[in-house]
Design a protein around this ligand. Structure first.
Ligand SMILES: NC(=O)c1ccc[n+]([C@@H]2O[C@H](COP(=O)([O-])OP(=O)(O)OC[C@H]3O[C@@H](n4cnc5c(N)ncnc54)[C@H](O)[C@@H]3O)[C@@H](O)[C@H]2O)c1
Length: 439
């Protein structure tokens, strides 16, 4: 099928490249001109394992193109995937301005029956609002009443990929949610997703409102799991238990499962915090006050402070001290620093007058745009050289491989505060002052 993808971020670019690999003709559109220019030259705007190869294969096969011209791309397409951002607005609600802009462009562009699919995470009612916007645009264009019927349909198709494993997740989705009650649009969705359905991916057809809510509910539940295990971790510290043993035993219970039970310094990123807040706001809009989710948020906020609070305990005077920070991305496998706990910590250290040297294998460029005064090292060992303390904010696998003994040898102070439990269960030299969450 002919597909237009609007937005070339984590969701749009990966989905577009994956659809191209399944034989569809795909054009990926973005308003960010430098991003599109880069993509035309093979430069990836985001870091995801396997993405450069997947994009290159699509381009080589002549099935994947890039453009800034959304009007032409939509006019040519049979199906349009909206993958633009829905950031957290100041009032705690998802800001859907970019979604509505795409709906307006869609209404201005279509010349034949076309489906608009919201892959972005949106609040309940967004599909209905998009429909109104498109109908207004069609009215302005004076499209004759004799146009084919249906002329367009808006479907909700939330995306569940995880950053860091986006290519693998997109190729092997856990479920295909089709939010629509329009038989034609459902048929188009089944055609474009035929290879997934043939491979046995569970297909769930539901109302648009249910599909819109399904995504926020899933992310809010993951937030709940993280805050829950973090509270257990805090209790472990007080009673001398080890949170990893407890998480492993909980995870073996099929009713619970092992995912999202890694105790640490809280969740971040562009999705889980935003979707949890958006769900609370949706409840408030209709007079329903969530009781669990505000507590989940409060636990997370407190957890994000823990590493800095511990450092203050060990090092009451931080001005002039050299502090190494390992990991800036909100989780391993991604270059994304949106709402990353690390940035909050680094800001406080810089305000204290500490000399901060950070290392992250992929996120340094993104962190530098937000914190230009931050210094970077080109390896984890270079970061800890002569450092008075090391703070670990992201559990990149390469950190665990280094071992604490070698690290401590090059440090001036021997203080290691491990926010992600990287060395929780490893051997630790006697002269290292070590603290971690949950033991
Ligand atoms: N990142 C994730 O892991 C993930 C997973 C599932 C769902 N989601 C949801 O998917 C949506 C997109 O997330 P993302 O992380 O890919 O966002 P992103 O910010 O990485 O990418 C969005 C892109 O859309 C572009 N854009 C904005 N307005 C545009 C317009 N009018 N026309 C063309 N391009 C436009 C931006 O320039 C940007 O490149 C969000 O709603 C997010 O919550 C994200």
């Amino acid at each position: 099928m002919k597909i237009a993808i609007i937005g070339t971020g984590y969701v749009g670019l990966v989905s577009g490249a994956d659809f191209a690999s399944r034989g569809h003709e795909v054009i990926c559109v973005d308003i960010h001109e430098a991003r599109i220019e880069g993509l035309k030259k093979g430069v990836m705007p985001i870091s995801e394992v396997g993405l450069p190869e997947l994009v290159a294969a699509g381009v080589r096969a002549g099935r994947l193109e890039f453009s800034t011209d959304s009007l032409s791309a939509i006019a040519e397409a049979e199906i349009v995937f909206c993958c633009v951002g829905t950031p957290l607005g100041e009032d705690g609600r998802a800001d859907c301005a970019m979604i509505y802009e795409v709906a307006r462009t869609f209404g201005r562009a279509i010349t034949k029956p076309t489906v608009l699919v919201n892959k972005s995470t949106v609040p309940v009612g967004t599909a209905v609002k998009c429909e109104e916007i498109i109908n207004n645009e069609l009215k302005n264009r004076k499209i004759p009443d004799s146009r084919p019927d249906p002329f367009f349909s808006v479907v909700s198709n939330p995306e569940f990929l995880s950053q860091g494993t986006a290519v693998r997740d997109t190729a092997n989705p856990s479920r295909l949610i089709i939010g629509s009650d329009d038989a034609w649009a459902i048929g188009q969705m089944e055609s474009v997703n035929a290879s997934f359905i043939a491979a046995g991916v569970p297909k769930v057809i539901m109302s648009r409102a249910s599909a819109e809510l399904a995504k926020c509910a899933a992310n809010a539940f993951l937030a709940t799991k993280i805050s829950f295990i973090n509270e257990i971790a805090n209790l472990c510290e007080k009673v001398g238990a080890n949170v990893d043993d407890i998480a492993a035993s909980m995870g073996l219970d099929k009713r619970i499962g092992p995912a999202f039970l890694n105790a640490g310094i809280g969740y971040g990123g562009g999705c889980i915090p935003k979707d949890t807040a958006a769900l609370i706001a949706t409840g408030q809009d209709v007079g329903y006050e969530f009781k669990i989710l505000p507590a989940v948020q409060a636990v997370n906020e407190a957890q994000r402070q823990i590493l800095y609070t511990k450092l203050v305990e060990f090092m009451p005077e931080r001005a002039g001290k050299r502090i190494a920070v390992w990991g800036l991305a909100f989780k391993p496998g991604t270059d994304d620093v949106r709402s990353a706990p690390s940035l909050q910590i680094v800001e406080k250290l810089l305000a204290d007058g500490a000399e901060v040297i950070a290392y992250d294998p992929t996120a340094q460029k993104n962190a530098a745009t937000l914190l230009p005064q931050l210094e970077f090292a080109d390896s984890p060992v270079a970061a800890v050289k002569e450092a008075d303390a090391l703070l670990i904010c992201t559990e990149w696998p390469e950190f665990a491989k280094l071992g604490l003994a070698g690290i401590a040898e090059v440090m001036r102070g021997k203080l290691v505060l491990d926010g992600r439990g990287v060395y929780r269960n490893g051997k630790r030299p006697d002269d290292v002052k070590y603290w971690t969450v949950g033991c």
